[in-house]
Design a protein. Structure first.
Length: 398
């Protein structure tokens, strides 16, 4: 019987999109099992590739847009219009406008980076007639609480003198009041649904500044400034809207963009996996496979906190389908990922190399790792058949 394999990876940040990862894994699988029946379900987790994945899943068209990037310079972004929806529906990922890949390594300072381009993407989708917008949160290079996004859509974020605050997380410390009367009126006629990591919160010990600030270039001192700024921002947001975003589920998504979307624009935050599986019919795909291969840039103690491999494992466990995870790095606390349901995991790195080299060679490394994982599985399969044959022979002798 031919082996049925579902490939359901996330992307590798700053390297490969979820679709590219799926293609690489499929190439490796075919080297080991040429006749395997392969289904690919790239699970862009709200970050890079989110719009592309949903357009590919249901049909539609991607539209290029030039917007303000996270360091204030123009970047080429995009959004998608989905086909077959009952209302005109757009999908966009914040990473296309304000992702970490748009922040040069020497300029990674979340005190300065802005989400203004995300607001410009929303406006572009409204210009196309969207009446529902799906926003993917992930792979951000910002930590401004969505302030820049809100300003781009007409909100006024003012200091004590009545002047607009500038871009970046640091400027939130100057914020005195928020005026929402100037928001784009089309937003009132549009439903905003946000796919985000439900476990990310805005402030506190597990707040976005402390957990993700260092990934965006923040040192210890900067993390403390960001935390103070976000706490102040939450106070002003609550005064303006009556909404407490400090520890609301998803409020810390993409450097606090979740808080800005929900409190200032009235968006509804969802577990990103729920949005993705709504369009991919993921559980139906699981029911028709023998093995799932997922992938993520890192497997560690944060994996159970809403990361794609853990979500895939949770869904697969309900149908008793085994899951293998391929990863760039195996980090501290990886046992938490195993406890979350992964049956096996392995790094694609087979020899010491620099991060830059690993990013450049990610495609060939993934192909080789997928091939090796399947070859190891085939050895186990042969052993299982030999054991079964021996048991049957013993039964016939008796």
């Amino acid at each position: 019987m031919r082996l049925r394999i579902l490939i359901a990876p996330s992307g590798f940040k700053e390297s490969l999109s979820a679709r590219q990862v799926a293609d690489c894994v499929a190439s490796g699988v075919r080297r080991a099992v040429p006749d395997a029946l392969i289904r690919k379900a790239p699970l862009a987790d709200g970050g890079e590739g989110f719009a592309e994945a949903l357009v590919a899943a249901v049909g539609g068209e991607l539209h290029p847009v030039r917007v303000t990037g996270p360091v204030g310079e123009p970047v080429e972004a995009h959004f998608g219009m989905l086909a077959g929806e009952s209302v005109p529906t757009a999908v966009l990922e914040m990473a296309a406008a304000a992702g970490l890949r748009h922040v040069p390594p020497g300029r990674r300072d979340p005190l300065e980076t802005t989400t203004r381009g995300v607001g410009e993407l929303v406006a572009a989708a409204l210009d196309r007639g969207a009446r529902r917008i799906l926003v993917g949160c992930g792979d951000s290079g910002t930590n401004d609480g969505g302030a820049g996004m809100a300003q781009a859509l007409g909100a006024r974020l003012l200091d004590a003198d009545g002047d607009e605050i500038g871009p970046g997380g640091r400027e939130l410390l100057r914020l005195d009041r928020i005026e929402l009367g100037g928001l784009d009126p089309r937003l009132a006629e549009c439903t905003l649904d946000v796919a985000c990591n439900w476990t990310n919160v805005l402030t506190g010990p597990q707040g976005v500044a402390r957990v993700y600030g260092p990934q965006k270039g923040a040192d210890e001192e900067t993390v403390e400034v960001l935390e103070k700024a976000l706490l102040h921002y939450a106070d002003v947001v609550e005064a303006a809207t009556g909404t407490d975003v400090r520890t609301a589920p998803g409020s810390g998504a993409s450097g606090g963009l979740g808080a800005g979307l929900s409190a200032l624009l009235g968006a509804t935050l969802h577990s990103r996996f729920d949005i993705i599986t709504e369009y991919l019919a993921f559980d139906h795909l699981l029911a028709e496979c023998d093995l799932v291969i997922t992938a993520e840039g890192a497997i560690d103690r944060q994996t159970p906190r809403g990361k794609v491999p853990a979500e895939v494992a949770a869904h697969a466990a309900r149908l008793d389908v085994p899951v293998i995870a391929l990863t760039g790095t195996v980090g501290e606390g990886v046992q938490a990922a195993v406890d979350a349901g992964l049956d096996a995991y392995g790094s694609i790195l087979t020899a010491p190399c620099t991060l830059d080299e690993a990013l450049v060679r990610a495609d060939e490394l993934l192909i080789a790792a997928a091939e090796q994982a399947l070859r190891m599985m085939l050895v186990g399969r042969r052993l299982a058949w030999q054991e079964l044959d021996a048991a049957e022979s013993g039964s016939r002798r008796h």
